[in-house]
Design a protein around this ligand. Sequence first.
Ligand code: PLP
Length: 366
Amino acid sequence: MNYKDLANKVIENLPEYVPGKPVEYVAREFGIDPSTIEKMASNENPFGASPKAIKAVKAALAGTNMYPDGAAIALRERLAKFWDLSPEQFFIGNGSNEALMILAQTILNRDSEVIYGDKSFIVYKIATTLAGAKSVTVPMPDFSTDLKAIEAAITAKTRIIFITNPNNPQGTICDPQELLAFAERLPDHVILVLDEAYAEFADGKTPDMRPLIAAGKKIVVARTFSKLYGLAGFRCGYMFGNKEIIALMNRVRQPFNSNLLAQTAGLAAIDDVAFVKKTLAGTKKGIKKLCAGFKKLKLDYVPTYANFILVHIGPDAKEVFVELQRRGLIVRPMGGYDMPEHLRITVGTPKQNERLLAALGEILKR
Ligand SMILES: Cc1ncc(COP(=O)(O)O)c(C=O)c1O
């Protein structure tokens, strides 16, 4: 018997998650000095990390011989204040990714169905498959979430609906009123998961779900410190909803799933208003610059509400991806999302954006 025969059958056809290519890999592959490489592939924060978080983490380092607070009380209390909810309504995860996985494990079994868009964040498929449940995917016309198609796909077996708002990798959002009405109509046996990893970039255009949660609708919202606050490396994210679902999720998680430095960083970053402002303003400027550049290059792109842009390159997208790497620029190919002609580009610093546009122009001219 080999290991494959011994493995859980549900993972038989599960692809491994492919992240944006790390700088060191590209440096080695193309023989480039890693310090000259710009990564615009994983929607990280190009303006760095929250300075308040870094300062707090440095001070916390001396305490890393002890386990962290498994219940992450300080962070949950601060989040409760921030959101005007109660601490019991928050689940802290090793990234919001973990919260999504734990929710799936808490709710799903072999009889469950999970609905999501066919070109949405790949982790929904992983979470669903690992729980032994069935994925029901609906098409995403015009790069956006089709709420009507999702509603039509609901059956007695549906337990979770994943909606990313703004969407990754498209950068689109749902119409706020339509999304609220959709959430209100959902049957009682379905949990709506709103993955809002990029919501802060959407200029207030993602609806506030707290009144519906308070009214008893089964909605949970996932948020992260990875993007706006620049803490991707710490792995700190969270989910909020009714305290009953959070309590159930706490039964499933590891005892110390959220580490000391992640909790410390998240707690400090919430109050880093200056860094948040800097990131939002820089991202807005970057989007303007990149979109103007794409227009000049006659490249179609999807107008974005996030910190990345989906650009249509054409049949040569893979080659362009490789050529960009040769010039020290890492973006994200979209073959894995069944969009082989597109690249997803994370909005960078002014220098990064300029460098990317110049390289694209040079490659496309050829
Ligand atoms: C849509 C979406 N959800 C969730 C995540 C996970 O974020 P994290 O685990 O870093 O909080 C990402 C990360 O790229 C994402 O794009």
